[in-house]
Design a protein around this ligand. Sequence first.
Ligand SMILES: C[S@@+](CC[C@H](N)C(=O)[O-])C[C@H]1O[C@@H](n2cnc3c(N)ncnc32)[C@H](O)[C@@H]1O
Length: 198
Amino acid sequence: MEHYFTEEPKSKLRLGLVRTWLRGLEFEFLTASGVFSHRRIDPGTRLLIEAMVLPEEGTFLDLGCGYGPIGIVAARLRPQALVYMTDVNRRALALAEENAQRNGVTNVRVLEGPLYDPVSDLLFDVILTNPPITAGIRKVVAPLIQGAAEHLKEDGSLQLVVRTTKGGRNILRLIEESFSRWEVIARGGGYRVLKAEP
Ligand SMILES: C[S@@+](CC[C@H](N)C(=O)[O-])C[C@H]1O[C@@H](n2cnc3c(N)ncnc32)[C@H](O)[C@@H]1O
């Protein structure tokens, strides 16, 4: 069965365009069937984007970037930062590259591979993610959260959006195991944005 995290989606390519305002700026994203939330910006993603706390410069990671909304908005808001965007879905990665160009953003690097594999030697100031819950809490989300603690600078943070119900409690427990502090920085529509510090 094909999921939005399938490496090489075979479903017929149907392109779409999402035009929207985020953080007071206008963006245009090319989307396609076979990638996560291709008809609109996912409401959890929107909540994370509107709430994310970004230093003026540094190295950021958008893990599981899909067609790119989180990383591209971060890169546009912080032109002095370098934003790595990773995913396992090649169709999503091609769209993320295209969308960076469409939105005039050059301070991004789009890389293919699971979890921290494509950025194994880097430390980040911020790791941003709308995590791939459907790919499995134990298989993907747990190593994502544990790995974040190992890939953050001392004063860095993991900022992620979770549904209050779907896996939310398990995710909180994982965060408490790997991070010394965490707080809720936004909530609404059944989602919460968490900011965790090592
Ligand atoms: C919930 S979607 C979020 C997509 C995008 N950031 C957004 O907010 O629209 C999660 C993304 O994680 C990707 N993903 C799934 N498993 C992954 C893994 N092991 N490593 C990296 N990314 C993965 C999926 O392909 C998907 O694009």
